[in-house]
Design a protein around this ligand. Sequence first.
Ligand SMILES: CC(C)(COP(=O)(O)OP(=O)(O)OC[C@H]1O[C@@H](n2cnc3c(N)ncnc32)[C@H](O)[C@@H]1OP(=O)(O)O)[C@@H](O)C(=O)NCCC(=O)NCCS
Length: 342
Amino acid sequence: MTEMSRFLAGQIFSRFMRKNIQHLKQCKIRTFTTAPSTNLKDVLEKKIPEKQKEVIEFRKQHGNTKIGEVTVDQYVYEDSMNLIAKLPTIAAIIYRNLYRDGTSVGAIDPDKDWTWNFTSMLGFEDPAFTELMRLYLTIHSDHEGGNVSAHTTHLVGSALSDPYLAFAGGMNGLAGPLHGLANQEVLVWLTKLQQQLGGEVSDDQLREFIWNTLKSGQVVPGYGHAVLRKTDPRYTCQREFALKHLPDDPLFKLVSQLYKVVPDTLMQHGKAKNPWPNVDAHSGVLLQYYNLKEMNYYTVLFGVSRALGCMASLIWSRALGLPLERPKSFDIKHLKKLAGAA
Ligand SMILES: CC(C)(COP(=O)(O)OP(=O)(O)OC[C@H]1O[C@@H](n2cnc3c(N)ncnc32)[C@H](O)[C@@H]1OP(=O)(O)O)[C@@H](O)C(=O)NCCC(=O)NCCS
C-alpha cells in the first residue's frame, strides 16, 4: 500500500466509523417506533413498499446525475454504510426466527461495538464467544478481492448497480461449496470421519480416510487456495485462539492432527498447488464449541463479515471511476491464431 492510499483508506475508515455509529443510533429508534413486531414477515410487509418507492426515486436520480460526484457521495457511500449497519440485525432476525423462538433481537447499544451488538442480537452472552466473533468477523471480511464473492460484488457493481444488488450477487457466489460453504463441508467431512473411525484415530487411519476422499474424486475441504501458497494466516490465528481457549476440545485436537497429515498426503497426490489449510478448515470447529451449532447459518456469518470488504471495495471502485468489467472475448480467427502460437 502506498502512503497516499493508506491515508485515503484512513479517511474512509474514520468516516465509516462515524457514519456507522449514526446509523446504529437510527436503528435503535426505528426498532421502537416503526416496527413493533420484529417478525421478519411483518417487518418486510411494511418495509417493502417503502423501499420500492425509495428505489424508484433513486433510479430516477441516478439516471440524471453525474456519476463521479453524486453517485459516490450520496448513494453508494450511504447505501454501503446502511447495508453494513443493518446486516447484523437482519442476519440475527433470521437466526432467531429459524433456530430460536423468533423473539425480538432487542435494541442496538450504540456504546458497544458492531460485534458485541451482533452476538447479543443472536442471543449469545458468553464474552469469549463475542471475542471469537470479533476475530471471525475481521478475518472473513476479505483479503484480496479476487475471490468469488468479492469479485462478483465488484462485477455487478461495475454495471452501476446499487450496493444492495451488487452485494446480493456476491452472496450468491459465497454460497458455493468451493467458497463460503467450505467451512460447513469441513464439518460434514469431520463428522463422517468420526462416524467411520471413532474417537481416537491414528495418523495412518487419517491418511487412509484422506486417500479415500481423494480417490472418490472429492477435494479435501478446508485445504488448498487459489492464491495462497502457505498456511492461511486466517487459519493460524484461529488455531492460536483455539490453543488458548479450547486446547482439549476433541474436535480441535482432530483438526490439529489433520494439519500434520493432510499437507503431505496432498503433496503425494500431486494436484493441489497449495497443500496447506485455509480459513475454512478451522472456523466450524470454533463455532461448534461455543454452541453456534447450526451449520446452515455459517455462510450467513461469513456474509455479514464479507460486507465490510466488499462495500469498502465498491466505494473505492466508484470513487476511482473504475470501468464496467468484462472478460475479453475472441472471435474464431483470433482463437485459431492463439492455438497456432501454442
Ligand atoms: C480453494 C480451491 C477451490 C482452489 O482451487 P484452484 O485454484 O483450482 O486450486 P489448484 O490450482 O491448486 O487446483 C489444481 C488441482 O488440485 C486440486 N485440488 C486443489 N485443492 C484440493 C484439495 N483440497 N483436495 C483435493 N484436490 C485439490 C484441484 O481440484 C485441481 O484439480 P484438477 O486439476 O483435477 O481440476 C481448491 O483448493 C479447493 O477445492 N479446496 C477445497 C475447498 C475449500 O477449502 N475451499 C475454501 C477456499 S478458501
